[in-house]
Design a protein around this ligand. Structure first.
Ligand SMILES: [Ca+2]
Length: 409
């Protein structure tokens, strides 16, 4: 009591002497923090190694990783370094007897439900031979146990994504399955599919190959997809070849995709609802097309990735990799002040040239420049920006890296 009384007396005395007790208190105006600039230095750490064809990774808030291996399934790596195979081949907590691993197909993309913290749902893109001699690509929803120790439920949400059933004149079975899936900031799930080396799929109104789908977390068509009236209502954009990267612009929230070119013109494209990406490998005069698939039979003029002659209103590419085909695959936007000059740029992984390319993307859908990140040369298979702006990289060498931006050297 004594100390309280003493403090009160001092406080009253100070107020009484200040003469400014009734003046409004104006917080000091501080200058804005300097906007960090320069090229970030990149610190790389190998978090997981020895994986078999890893393809994609999702990151939980506690740092746990949910990653796919194309021929094995889904696994979790906890922060203490322990791993557990959750779903897929024998030895998983839930076996998927229908899992098909062939060509470029298998368990590919993985995405967390936006409400994962409460529903523990995970979405996979996988090839399936279930209940039919005809194989399919599917979107499967898994529910994990509260302690993430096992899969407690599987629901197949989309079961009719085309699959290349057999080899043809341009390649093996299981090729061009697409396979990336991501939730957008609109809460809908975007699913990238491939053309299966089929001439008719990309422009087909109801078959789901060569498309970007946009669906609810139950696999139903999202509102606002805006595809033409005779199209499957799950289709958001069409006329794609083999989309393997999808990401959302941090400012405009629009989806952007990356896809391989055939023998030219890898593309990055800003999507619009109902848009045609302009790929149409159907027979055309002057080309010699094995199995009636003209995808490899021409060049950027005779078999363009975006055929503005046939489809004048097609979505133009924002970037074409200088007209080269180097196996562009995954993509994600870099977000956060730590990325400095690269904050808001699109990172694109390239397999053949073994580079991570960083594209300066404008809100108008154009790319104003590109640089190559200072990282080891590997085939970049998966990219996911995780908590804290750390970039997770999945490589064809069987590793998952963290890449953390820091101040310029
Ligand atoms: Ca295109």
């Amino acid at each position: 009591m004594y100390r309280w009384a003493g403090l009160s007396a001092v406080g009253l005395a100070l107020i009484g002497c200040s003469g400014a007790a009734d003046a409004p208190v104006t917080p000091p105006v501080l200058p804005p923090p300097p906007s960090p600039s320069g090229t970030p230095t990149l610190t790389r750490a190998v978090v997981v190694s020895g994986l078999s064809n890893p393809w994609d990774v999702a990151v939980l808030p506690d740092g746990s990783l949910l990653y796919t291996e194309r021929c094995r399934g889904l696994a979790i790596r906890r922060p203490d370094g322990s791993t557990l195979r959750l779903f897929g081949t024998a030895g998983s907590t839930l076996v998927a007897p229908d899992l098909v691993c062939e060509g470029q197909s298998g368990v590919l993309g993985v995405a967390l439900d936006p409400a994962f913290a409460t529903n523990r749902r995970v979405y996979l893109y996988m090839a399936s031979g279930q209940a039919s001699a005809q194989r399919s690509n599917r979107v499967v929803r898994l529910e994990l146990a509260p302690d993430l120790s096992r899969v407690v439920a599987r629901d197949d949400l989309i079961t009719d994504i085309p699959y290349k059933q057999a080899a043809n004149g341009v390649g093996a079975a299981g090729m061009h399955s697409g396979g990336r899936l991501r939730f957008g900031p609109d809460g809908f799930l975007y699913v990238a599919t491939g053309d299966n080396h089929s001439a008719v799929l990309p422009q087909h109104p109801t078959l789901l190959g060569g498309k970007v789908l946009r669906v609810t977390s139950d696999g139903r068509a999202a509102s606002g997809n805006n595809a033409p009236a005779n199209f499957d209502s799950r289709i958001f954009s069409y006329g794609h070849r083999n989309v393997q990267g999808i990401a959302f612009h941090p400012g405009t929230r629009e989806p952007w995709v990356a896809e391989h070119g055939p023998n030219h013109s890898d593309e990055v494209t800003r999507l619009v609802a109902g848009g045609n990406a302009g790929w149409d490998p159907q027979n055309r005069p002057g080309l010699n097309c094995p199995s009636s698939y003209c995808g490899y039979a021409g060049n950027a003029t005779t078999m363009p990735m975006t055929d503005l002659g046939r489809f004048p209103s097609a979505m133009p590419p924002a970037w074409t990799n200088n007209g080269l085909s180097q196996g562009v695959g995954p993509a994600d936007f870099l977000v956060g002040n730590a990325w400095r000059d690269w904050n808001g740029r699109l990172a694109v992984g390239v397999m053949r040239s073994q580079q991570l390319v960083v594209l300066a993307v404008g809100s108008t859908g154009l790319v104003s420049g590109s640089v190559v990140a200072d990282l080891p040369a590997v085939r970049f298979r998966g990219l996911t920006l995780g908590p804290g702006g750390v970039l997770y990289v999945v490589t064809d060498t069987g590793e998952i890296w963290t890449v953390t931006p820091g101040p310029p050297a």
